[in-house]
Design a protein. Structure first.
Length: 725
C-alpha cells in the first residue's frame, strides 16, 4: 500500500507536496516498526491481539532488552538526517520558524498529525500501541518512530515549556497515564492551516473577528498616529497601547496592522470578559496560536469595557500579553496602561479626536456600508450639511457609530426614503446602555423651542449651551482649547431662578435640540448617610453619563453642590470633602450636565469657575405671562366667550409652572361641568393655586371676579379663603 497523495484543497499551496512527502517518510518508518513488531510476535493473526496480555507475551516483555538502546534500530533509510528542509515560504517552513521548532519537533508533529490525514494510520498506531482502542500515537511511539529512546532527551520535547506544547501545536491527552503512554493529538486548526485553510479557529467564534477587509486596509493609513502605530508594530514592539480620545483607535489599529502585512484579529472584550476563568484561558491560548499561524496581530479594546481593575481580568490580560510575546498586540481605551496588566511596558500613542471633516467621512463610510453599498474613496457620498450638524454633538466609538449608521440606514430603507437626521438621532439614542437609566430617571424630550417663553438673554444662553455641546470636539479636541490638567471635554451649565420659571423644561429643550435623552438625577439614589457613599454614587453617575449621549440634569443642585464651611466637627469635614470631590470631578467630566437651583447663593463660588454657561431665569412679565397662558391652554380645549387671558396675564403675577398648574386645574373643572373653558374655571383655578402657594387673595388682583365666584361653591370654594380688600 502507498500513501494517497491528494491535496485536501483545490487551490495549490506552496509546500503541500513537501508535506505529503514528509508523511510518506513517516509511513516508511511506521512500516519498519510494524515489520519489527510482527517479527517478534509468535501469533500475529490473533484476532484478540491488543485486548489482553498472555503469559507468553509477559515472558517476551521480561526477556526484552531495555528500551534505551532499541529505538530506531530498524529505521534504515528513514533516518532524520536525510529529511529535506521545507521549501522557503511554505506553510510548514513558516510554522517551523514562527514557533521555533527543531527538525525533531517537526517530525514529532508529523507523526501525530498522520491519523488526521490518512485513516490507515489509526489502525497501524493501534497495532503498534498494542491497544486497538488507542488510535493515535503515544509519546513513546512517537519517539520510537523518530529513532529516539523513551528515556532520552527527546521526552523533554513534550514538556509544558517546549515549543510544540507551549505553542498549542500538540495536545497531550490522558495526563493520568505514565508519560510515554500518554496520547498525542494535533488540534484541528493546526491541521487545517497546514492544508491551506485560512478560517479562524472555531474556539474563537463569537470572540474574535478579522478587523478589516483587504479593500479597506489602508483607509486609515494617512496621519501621524497611524504612521506611529505601524512603526511600533513593525519594529518588534510587541505591545502598543492607544490612549483613545475620539473612539477611532480600534479601526486605526486594525488598519495599521493590515498596512504592515498582518491580518488584524479584533477581540470582543465584552465576550471575552463573559467567560469564566478556565474557558477564558483556553480562548487566550487559542488566540495566541491563531495569531502565530496566520501571521496576524491582535487588537484588544476598549479596555474600559473589559474592566481590567478587577483582579481576575487583570490576570487574564497579563496572561494574554505573555502568550502573545513576539506577536503585535495593540490595546486601546481611555485609561492609561497599568503595569499590572502585562510583563512589559507598552509603547503609548495618544489618538486625538477626529476633526469634523474626518468624523463626517466616518459617518459617510458607515452609512454606505449600512446601506449595503461598496466602500469607495473618502469623501464620496458625504452626509449633507443638515446631517453633519445633527451628528456633531455625539461622541461615539467606531462600533457604536457603525451600529447607529446601520440602524438608521435600515429604518430609512424600510420606508424607501433617504436617511434623515431624525433617523440618525434615534439610532444614536438606541446605543445608550441601561447603566445610567438605573441611576437616573430617563426622559424622552417632547418639547421644543416653541414651547419656551423666556426673555431674550436667557434664550441666548440656552443656544450658547447647544452650540458648545455641538462644537466641543472641534474647539476642545481638535483646536486643543482646554489642554492639560486632566480636564475633560464636558459642557456644564447652571440654570438659576425661582421655582416654576422653566429651568427643567429648558434642559429638556436643550436635550431635544441636541437629539439626546435627558437623565434627571434622583437625589434619593445619590445622598447617603454613610461617609464616602455619596461620592461613590456620584462617581458611578458621572462615569455612566460619560458613556452615553445624553444630558445629565441635577435638579435642586444646591442639595449636593453646597458651600464649603468652616470645620467644627466631623460632619463639616465630610461635607467639605464631598464638595471638594465634586469640584475635581467636574473638571474631568466628558459629558453634558445641567445644574438647576432656586438659590444660587447657596452654591459654592468655586463651582462658578467650572461652569461654561450660567442662565438666569426670572419671573415672566405681563407679555410673557400672556404667551404662557396661550401655550399652556393649547389649541384643542374649547374656550368660552368670556375667556380673557389678557386680564389673567395683567392681574396674576405667576411663574410659568404655576400658570401651567392653573391651566390644567381649569381644564379639569371645565371637563366636570361639561361647558367650554371660561373665566369662572380659570379664576377658580388661580384661587386654588394662591391657596397652595400661601398667597393673599387681593381684590386689586381678582377685580369683579372675586364677588362673582362667592356663589360658585364647587368651583371657587371661597368659603375657606380669607381675602383682603
Amino acid at each position: 500500500m502507498t500513501l494517497d497523495v491528494k491535496a485536501a484543497t483545490s487551490e495549490p499551496t506552496l509546500g503541500l507536496d513537501h508535506l505529503w512527502d514528509r508523511l510518506r517518510r513517516v509511513e516508511q518508518r511506521v512500516r519498519a516498526a510494524v515489520r519489527e513488531r510482527r517479527a517478534d510476535d509468535p501469533d500475529p493473526d490473533d484476532p484478540y491481539r491488543g485486548q489482553y496480555l498472555s503469559p507468553e507475551a509477559v515472558e517476551r516483555i521480561l526477556a526484552a532488552p531495555a528500551s534505551a538502546g532499541r529505538a530506531g534500530a530498524s529505521l534504515g533509510d528513514a533516518g532524520l538526517g536525510e529529511v529535506p528542509a521545507p521549501p522557503p515560504g511554505s506553510r510548514i517552513a513558516r510554522l517551523s520558524d514562527t514557533f521555533g521548532l527543531l527538525p525533531l519537533d517537526l517530525e514529532l508533529l508529523l507523526v501525530a498529525i498522520a491519523p488526521d490525514l490518512d485513516t490507515r494510520f489509526e489502525r497501524l498506531y493501534g497495532y503498534l500501541n498494542d491497544d486497538l482502542t488507542l488510535r493515535r500515537p503515544t509519546i513513546g511511539l512517537a519517539l520510537e518512530l523518530c529513532g529516539l529512546p523513551g528515556a532520552g532527551a527527546g521526552r523533554f520535547r513534550f514538556s509544558a515549556q517546549a515549543p510544540l506544547i507551549a505553542g498549542g501545536l500538540l495536545e497531550i491527552t490522558e495526563p493520568q497515564r505514565p508519560l510515554l503512554s500518554r496520547g498525542l493529538r494535533v488540534p484541528d486548526r493546526v491541521t487545517a492551516h497546514l492544508l491551506g485553510d485560512e478560517e479562524l479557529d472555531s474556539a474563537l467564534r463569537g470572540v474574535v473577528h478579522v478587523g478589516l477587509p483587504e479593500a479597506e486596509a489602508e483607509v486609515e493609513g494617512p496621519g501621524e498616529p497611524a504612521r506611529r502605530i505601524r512603526a511600533a508594530a513593525a519594529n518588534g514592539s510587541a505591545l502598543v497601547h492607544l490612549l483613545d480620545q475620539g473612539g477611532s483607535a480600534g479601526r486605526l489599529a486594525a488598519g495599521a496592522l493590515a498596512g504592515i502585512g498582518r491580518r488584524p484579529l479584533v477581540v470582543d472584550v465584552a465576550a471575552l470578559a463573559a467567560f469564566a476563568a478556565e474557558p477564558a484561558q483556553a480562548t487566550v491560548r487559542a488566540l495566541a496560536r491563531e495569531a502565530r499561524l496566520s501571521a496576524s496581530g491582535v487588537v484588544l479594546g476598549p479596555l474600559d469595557r473589559f474592566e481590567p481593575e478587577r483582579p481576575e481580568r487583570a490576570r487574564l490580560l497579563h496572561e494574554l500579553s505573555a502568550e502573545l510575546v513576539g506577536v503585535p498586540l495593540i490595546t486601546h481605551g481611555t485609561r492609561a496602561w497599568d503595569p499590572a496588566w502585562g510583563r512589559e511596558s507598552p509603547v503609548v500613542i495618544v489618538i486625538p479626536p477626529p476633526d469634523p471633516g474626518r468624523r463626517a467621512e466616518q459617518w459617510a463610510r458607515a452609512l454606505r456600508l449600512g446601506q449595503g453599498a461598496p466602500d469607495g474613496p473618502e469623501g464620496q457620498g458625504a452626509p449633507s450639511a443638515e446631517l453633519v450638524q445633527a451628528l456633531a454633538p455625539y461622541q461615539l466609538d467606531e462600533d457604536q457609530l457603525a451600529r447607529a449608521a446601520g440602524a438608521a440606514a435600515r429604518t430609512a430603507a424600510a420606508e424607501r426614503r433617504p436617511v434623515s437626521a431624525e433617523d440618525l438621532r434615534a439610532a444614536v439614542r438606541a446605543q445608550n446602555g441601561a447603566g445610567l437609566a438605573r441611576l437616573a430617571r430617563r426622559i424622552e424630550p417632547a418639547v421644543g423651542w416653541d414651547d419656551l417663553v423666556l426673555p431674550d438673554p436667557t434664550a441666548r444662553q440656552l443656544r450658547e449651551l447647544v452650540l458648545r455641546a455641538r462644537h466641543r470636539d472641534q474647539v476642545l479636541g481638535h483646536w486643543r482649547m482646554r489642554p492639560g490638567g486632566g480636564r475633560g471635554r464636558g459642557v456644564i451649565a447652571l440654570f438659576a431662578g425661582a421655582s416654576g420659571t422653566g429651568k427643567t423644561m429648558s434642559a429638556e429643550v436643550v436635550a431635544a435640540e441636541l437629539g439626546m435623552e435627558l437623565y434627571v438625577v434622583d437625589l434619593s439614589t445619590v445622598v447617603d448617610k454613610y461617609i464616602g457613599e455619596t461620592e461613590k454614587n456620584l462617581e458611578r453617575i458621572f462615569t455612566e453619563a460619560s458613556r452615553v449621549n445624553g444630558v445629565l440634569l441635577f435638579d435642586e443642585a444646591d442639595a449636593i453642590f453646597g458651600k464649603r464651611s468652616q470645620v467644627k466637627d466631623a460632619h463639616d469635614r465630610h461635607a467639605n470633602v464631598e464638595s471638594a470631590y465634586l469640584l475635581q470631578r467636574m473638571e474631568s467630566f466628558d459629558g453634558i450636565a445641567v445644574l438647576t437651583t432656586n438659590l444660587r447663593s447657596n452654591l459654592d463660588e468655586a463651582f462658578t469657575r467650572r461652569l461654561d454657561v450660567v442662565a438666569e431665569f426670572t419671573l415672566p412679565d405681563e407679555e410673557r405671562r400672556r404667551a404662557l397662558w396661550e401655550r399652556c391652554l393649547g389649541p384643542r380645549i374649547p374656550r368660552g366667550d368670556d375667556l380673557d387671558l389678557q386680564f389673567c396675564a395683567r392681574r396674576f403675577e405667576l411663574a410659568g409652572g404655576s400658570i401651567r398648574a392653573c391651566a390644567v386645574t381649569a381644564a379639569y373643572l371645565a371637563a366636570e361641568t361639561g361647558r367650554p373653558l371660561g373665566m369662572a374655571h380659570l379664576v377658580s383655578a388661580v384661587l386654588r393655586e394662591y391657596r397652595k402657594l400661601g398667597r393673599l387673595v387681593l381684590e386689586s388682583e381678582f377685580g369683579p371676579w372675586l364677588g362673582d365666584l362667592d356663589g360658585l361653591g364647587g368651583l371657587g370654594g371661597l368659603g375657606e379663603v380669607e381675602h383682603a380688600r
